[in-house]
Design a protein. Sequence first.
Length: 301
Amino acid sequence: MLLATTRPPSFIKVFSGRSLRCTSSSSSRSVVPLAHNALIPSNGNATKQPLIILHGLFGMKRNWNSLSKAFYQSLGRPIYTLDLRNHGSSPHVEPMTYAAMAADVLAFCRKHHLEEASLLGHSMGGKVAMALALNPELPLNLLKHLIVVDIAPAKAAMSPEFQGYVEVMKSIERRHVTSRQAAQKMLTSYESDPAIRAFLLTNLAPHHGHEPVRFHIPLDIIGKSIPAIGDFPYEPGERTWEGPTLFIKGSKSSYINHRNIPIAKQFFPNMVLEELDTHHWVHAEKPNEFKKVVVDFMTSH
């Protein structure tokens, strides 16, 4: 179990970004305001040396609640968890590219006047974090640490199951099922892992009585964006970020492997690699060990 309280101590202030909903087209230069939660120290510091956390595909800021509280207890720094575009309570908008998502995060950091931030991203969020670190518009004083969880800065087609998840979720809506249990049953025919099914079903919008269930993420946009989510906006050697960089690999996962580690080193020459005995959801499978690796890295660099 995670060594953290189920709620923050009384001296931690918790803020939640207001829910925003829109559907529109956008260029990669357009940014959207990202919903967020924040843990702010009692001394009022909301800007210096924060930890910013970015979730993966089909995730949301809420998934990181327990770990963000544990990070606060160990670090005593501002902790921000963000909903990336088309996830959680953030706006629904195209395109869903890494350039666009990184621009959203950069705009968030500028809006909140963040300095010397540690940026942590899992999977898709890890690619967003790397894209921001390599962005030529990155302010010199913004980024202090980069922490990438079980993903590499490589271009590769997404595994077919991700498109399959989108199609099953669309089917659940089309069939107007009226309960979480019925949605779970439909997902079971496609995904045997109960943990992954439960994770996907966190995207169900609240519903009452016999109303049909629906997902609060834009399945059409995400489905069309699967190829872009496998992409990366930079070529090896095109850009580098030379700050302290930590890659955390799940030893039972192949997302970071012997083929793409050299690519990561070209982008991030001062990287170190740590492994934990997990599959892809490293932070969920070994939360205590994960927290220790992250905190040790941040406090020793």
